[in-house]
Design a protein around this ligand. Structure first.
Ligand SMILES: [Fe+2]
Ligand SMILES: [Fe+2]
Ligand SMILES: [Fe+2]
Ligand SMILES: [Fe+2]
Length: 326
């Protein structure tokens, strides 16, 4: 039997969602920032350091993927309990050096363990065995994350070489242009959150159907399933976009920001999802057209080509969602 959760209990679970959202974005953006950090390393240390950067870079990507899995599992659980999973991450800080990455990671994992101990206790108290089991497993993994960061605890702070001196070709990347690129990044992060959340909600609807078998839900059954699968496919591609866009910003030696814009919207039914998602793709397409035009004007060919590739996929997403409009 499914328990009737209190608002406080659901709020507690949503704190876990906010954490998982935060760390997934944090680790991915740190992962894409590695090359930029590496370029600032003193030449003599370069060969020696390259390995450390590689190892930590790889680790961060792996952790980000595990955090995304936690995120999905917790969101699904919330929907099954009849709640609504939040779309607001805790504040994301990326940091500027390996040392900072490690410190932020240690802090994040410690905080997660603290919070999840609370969740485990509460779940036990209210007799929510599935949540208890889920968080016991997640807890074990967060402990492993903490230990992995601890392996690098002794890492030394790189001497600060300051800003890279500007050169002629990099002058084209003016602040307004970088703001525009960060807007693209923010829209990818927004889409990722929106689609993951809806995917889990659709899964929840599917589970509910098995439990309730209300006629209304039955009719929506196949649609929920198909859309849920589509969302999964699309959000994997948005993840790639997010990585590529942030990599490009770091590559030209500017700062990628962890913002969420526009605010993700979830909706109440599968039909809502499709409409909101089509609108999200429409927004991205229009924004990316502006970026392509601007990149073309400035002579930033690499960014132009990147967004030309991305916009093709956004158009496919748009039509994928459009196909399912009622
Ligand atoms: Fe996690
Ligand atoms: Fe973790
Ligand atoms: Fe995208
Ligand atoms: Fe898209």
């Amino acid at each position: 039997m499914i328990i009737k959760p209190s608002d406080e209990y659901l709020e507690l679970l949503n704190k876990a969602v906010a954490r998982e959202l935060e760390v997934s974005a944090q680790y991915i953006l740190q992962h894409t920032k590695m090359e930029k950090l590496l370029r600032k390393v003193i030449r003599e240390n370069y060969l020696l350091d390259e390995t450390t950067y590689d190892i930590i870079g790889k680790l961060l990507k792996e952790l980000a993927i595990e955090e995304m899995k936690h995120l999905a599992q917790i969101m699904e659980r919330i929907y099954l309990l009849g709640g609504t999973a939040t779309t607001k991450p805790d504040k994301i800080v990326i940091g500027n050096s390996l040392r900072e990455f490690i410190e932020l990671g240690l802090k994040a994992e410690q905080e997660a363990l603290e919070l999840y101990r609370l969740v485990i206790n509460e779940a036990k108290k209210v007799g929510d065995i599935k949540t208890w089991r889920l968080f016991t497993e997640i807890y074990r993994q967060e402990e492993e994350h903490l230990i992995k960061f601890q392996d690098f605890q002794e890492i030394e702070e790189e001497p600060d070489l300051g800003e890279t001196p500007e050169s002629e070709w990099r002058k084209i990347f003016n602040p307004e242009y970088i703001t525009l690129l960060n807007k693209a990044l923010a829209s990818e992060i927004s889409a990722i959150i929106q689609y993951t959340n809806q995917h889990e909600k659709a899964e929840g609807l599917e589970e509910m159907r098995k439990l309730k078998s209300s006629l209304e839900v039955v009719r929506e059954k196949n649609k929920a399933k198909i859309i849920s699968e589509l969302l999964k496919k699309v959000f994997m591609q948005e993840m790639e976009h997010m990585e590529k866009i942030s990599e490009r910003i770091f590559e030209i030696d500017r700062e990628a920001l962890a913002q969420v814009d526009p605010l993700p919207e979830i909706g109440n039914s599968v039909n809502d999802f499709i409409e909101l998602d089509r609108a999200a793709e429409d927004y991205a397409i229009r924004l990316y057209r502006t970026i392509i035009a601007e990149a073309n004007k400035l002579g930033d060919i690499k960014t132009k080509v990147l967004f030309e590739e991305i916009i093709q996929q956004e158009e496919e997403h748009y039509w994928d969602f459009d196909d399912f409009l009622p």
